[in-house]
Write a protein that binds this ligand. Structure first.
Ligand code: GLA
Length: 368
């Protein structure tokens, strides 16, 4: 009875750059989704999850199409639908998912479900796909079965993660480097806003289209394929081609965030955590003012953190609105950080923040 695991992720910097062909810098976490697979003779795919009440049963011979009402089974099903284009399933399977990624926290529980499914079926059916190909299968599942036109970051890091390393990924070429996280007396602290505001598929897809619109308008002056094709100084000289002020701000976030991500990785490689932290803070400000995906809850968390001694940097992570902030905090300041952030957050929003010390982990794998 094989058991597989794929992790969730936290992105350290490089937000909303992936679908623009830019850089991201995430790491895989040690929490994620476990999948136990047992063949059955009923020729049925039976999906169960410890986090969801309903069992979903589908004929194993397909054809597969998206299920209604945002059903979670769309994440695995979207992967299986692609893999069975190559080979027919030899039997039915009982699939049991057990996730410990906090749901709705923006830590990619859905990517971990997709990637663990793609990894497991690739193994069972001997398809020979590599980790990058599996990430692409998982991303396509999200596009076609969940309706979110996401970039590749979440699925890529869930497939390729490595403990104590972040991944510096070029989302255009999919070339990447592991960068050791030499943090010594500093921890990566995740603060869950438990905000009721979520980044829904509609708002996410709208940001994707706004970036495409920016590319279209800039291309009237200089043809480009994606916003990542522009350096910040080229953007300065071409920005007047963008007529709509909202589109201009969206594009400015993307171009400056790509540059910040490069600088942050260089800073980390030269052990300059102070610069890394300042770039995290600037990233949050740009997501707040130009990309407009933060909201009062995430702003309160980040802005409170910036005032605390021993906090090196703090920003929202993931898609935005709800979910988590990621902060680099000196170990001796963690207690004060928790206490101060909790108090201010509760007072300002009436909500209770939750804290996790992030531990990095491996990418998708068979565990039993
Ligand atoms: C979500 C998407 C990613 C990425 C981030 C924002 O997590 O799934 O592809 O776009 O938002 O950086």
């Amino acid at each position: 009875m094989p058991v597989y695991f794929a992790p969730g992720r936290v992105n350290l910097i490089g937000e909303h750059t992936d679908y623009n062909g830019g850089f991201v810098f995430p790491c895989a976490l040690d929490f994620g989704t476990r999948l136990t697979i047992v063949p059955n003779s009923e020729r049925i795919l039976r999906f169960r999850s410890t986090n969801m009440p309903q069992t979903v049963e589908l004929p194993a011979m397909g054809p597969f199409s998206p299920l209604p009402d945002h059903c979670w089974v769309n994440y695995p099903l979207g992967c299986i639908a692609q893999l069975v284009e190559q080979v027919e399933l030899p039997s039915g399977y009982d699939l049991m998912y057990e996730g410990n990624v906090p749901l709705g926290a923006g830590l990619s529980s859905s990517a971990s479900i997709e990637v663990v499914t793609a990894y497991a079926f690739n193994d069972i059916l001997n398809l020979g796909l590599d980790r990058t190909q599996l990430a692409l299968v998982a991303q396509k599942a999200e596009h076609t079965f969940a309706g979110v036109h996401c970039g590749i970051m979440d699925q890529f890091v869930s497939a390729q993660g490595k403990p104590d390393n972040a991944i510096f990924l070029n989302c255009d070429t999919l070339q990447f480097d592991y960068v050791p996280l030499r943090l010594e007396n500093v921890s990566i602290v995740l603060t869950n806003s438990h905000s009721p505001h979520k980044l829904d598929a509609g708002t996410y897809n709208q940001r994707v289209s706004e970036c495409q619109e920016a590319v279209r308008q800039i291309s009237r002056c200089k043809p480009i394929g994606r916003l990542a094709d522009l350096t910040p100084s080229e953007f300065q000289s071409l920005q007047s081609a963008i007529t709509d002020p909202v589109i201009l701000r969206r594009a400015r976030h993307v171009v400056t965030e790509i540059q910040r991500t490069r600088e942050a990785v260089n800073a980390l490689k030269s052990n300059d955590l102070t610069t890394f932290g300042q770039l995290m803070n600037q990233s949050h400000i740009s997501l707040r003012d130009d990309y407009e995906v933060t909201g009062r809850e995430l702003d309160t968390l980040a802005q409170t953190a910036w005032q605390i001694d021993g906090v090196i940097g703090s920003r929202m992570t993931g898609g935005g609105f709800g979910g988590c902030t990621v902060s680099l905090v000196k170990n001796e300041a963690i207690d004060t950080f928790r206490q101060t952030v909790s108090e201010v957050y509760q007072r300002e929003t009436g909500l209770q923040a939750e804290f996790y010390i992030a531990r990095t982990g491996d990418g998708a794998r068979r565990i039993e």
